[in-house]
Design a protein around this ligand. Structure first.
Ligand SMILES: [Zn+2]
Length: 375
């Protein structure tokens, strides 16, 4: 008897791990409205939280990255004070914890939050304070979660070395690594070599947005020049994989390297549909990459702009690819293994929380199936 794919409600209770989520892409619409009021920002496209929420979801098919990025002008505009940053970070942790996430790395670009005079250090400190407050509240609510920050440098700017130094400076205060993001075309990651070299010399961690809108050269540079440990998206790696009509799969050298070395792919299916990287979710390479046992992870990217949670993303993929609990367990363990978090702590979460959590959900679903058959 074939079991129905896991649905949203039990997935929300599953212990999940999120590695690719942007702080400025995950605000609550009501918070955007309130913060805009507080700081006198008058350019919001709607003042009613519900209408604003709808505006943010850029779900026009094949919209491009530029349209998708429009929403960030508004969220970033209201995240220019320590108080605002602290609040957004705290609410982010609450929202992730309410979605059943047990470990997350949330990223933001400090250089985007200095328009009203905040220093880079003050930006980072405000966010870290918000993350701590959120973790404390989640613990009190009986839904403990660990959240770490990744500091992002903008590809199109020239401050990456400064941001890498900033990340290293706060490594013991809650910053887990470094990232570079922004439009890929015309801005190869090798422009930021100095920053990545610093991260390496300091034995620190880096992931890198690569292979989202742009193809294999960007992935190759991220890995072989910048020494990125994980690929932010990396979805265009499929350009190096050919599947013949009889189902035979041939991996190119880069795809083989990524799979053999177990390099984690931070895949964000719905976001890729919204930015036009992939036409339909059903055609997203995550299905193929999972079948071929790449170190795939599933992520939200921008919860507000994509109108998703990690749970809803998993539920959609279960329907699209026929996934069951074993797939969701595999993705969650993959993500935990790939986290920029100490080895012992990763193991403790995998063995103490993630595996038992999925065991229980699988047992529950098996029980449901057998009682349906019995009735
Ligand atoms: Zn991203």
């Amino acid at each position: 008897m074939h079991d129905a794919p896991p649905s949203l409600e039990p997935i929300r209770r599953a212990p999940k791990v999120l590695l690719h989520d942007h702080l400025d892409g995950g605000l609550r619409p009501a918070t955007v409205v309130e913060l805009a009021d507080e700081c006198g920002y008058r350019d919001l496209p709607a003042s009613d939280p519900e209408a604003l929420g709808r505006w943010f979801v850029a779900d026009t098919p094949r919209a491009d990255l530029v349209r998708y990025l429009e929403g960030f002008a508004h969220t970033v505009a209201v995240m220019q004070t320590a108080r605002a940053l602290e609040r957004v970070a705290r609410e982010c942790v609450e929202d992730l914890s309410n979605d059943g996430i047990v470990y997350a790395e949330v990223r933001f670009a400090p250089e985007l939050h200095t328009e009203r005079g905040l220093e880079l250090d003050a930006v980072v400190e405000a966010v870290l304070e918000g993350l701590s407050a959120g973790m404390m509240a989640a613990r009190r609510a009986g839904r403990p979660i660990v959240v770490r920050a990744l500091l992002t440098a903008m590809r199109t700017a020239a401050r990456s070395l400064e941001i890498a130094e900033l990340a290293v400076r706060y490594r013991d205060g809650g910053v887990a690594g470094f990232d570079v993001a922004g439009a890929e075309a015309g801005y190869p990651p090798t422009r930021h070599l100095e920053a990545f070299t610093l991260i390496q010399r300091e034995n620190f961690h880096a992931t890198l947005h690569a292979g989202e809108a742009f193809g294999l050269p960007s992935i190759w540079q991220a890995l072989q020049w910048c020494n990125a440990e994980r690929l932010g998206h990396g979805v265009r790696l499929v350009d190096d994989i050919s599947v013949a009509e009889d189902g035979t799969v041939v991996l190119g050298r880069l795809a083989s390297y990524v799979r053999d070395r177990r390099i984690p792919l931070e895949l964000c299916p719905t976001s890729n549909v919204h930015t036009g990287v992939v036409g339909r979710l059903e055609d997203h390479p995550i299905g193929l990459l999972r079948r071929l046992s790449f170190r795939a992870t599933i992520n939200t990217d921008n919860r507000l702009m994509s109108g998703v949670t990690l749970s809803s993303e998993m539920a959609r993929c279960c329907r699209a690819f026929g996934w069951d609990w074993s797939d969701l367990r595999w993705l969650s363990i993959n993500a935990m293994k790939s986290a920029f978090y100490p080895f012992d702590d990763r193991l403790a979460l995998i063995n103490g929380l993630i595996k038992p959590g999925y065991d229980a959900l699988e047992a529950e679903s098996a029980f449901r199936v057998s009682s349906t058959v019995g009735s």
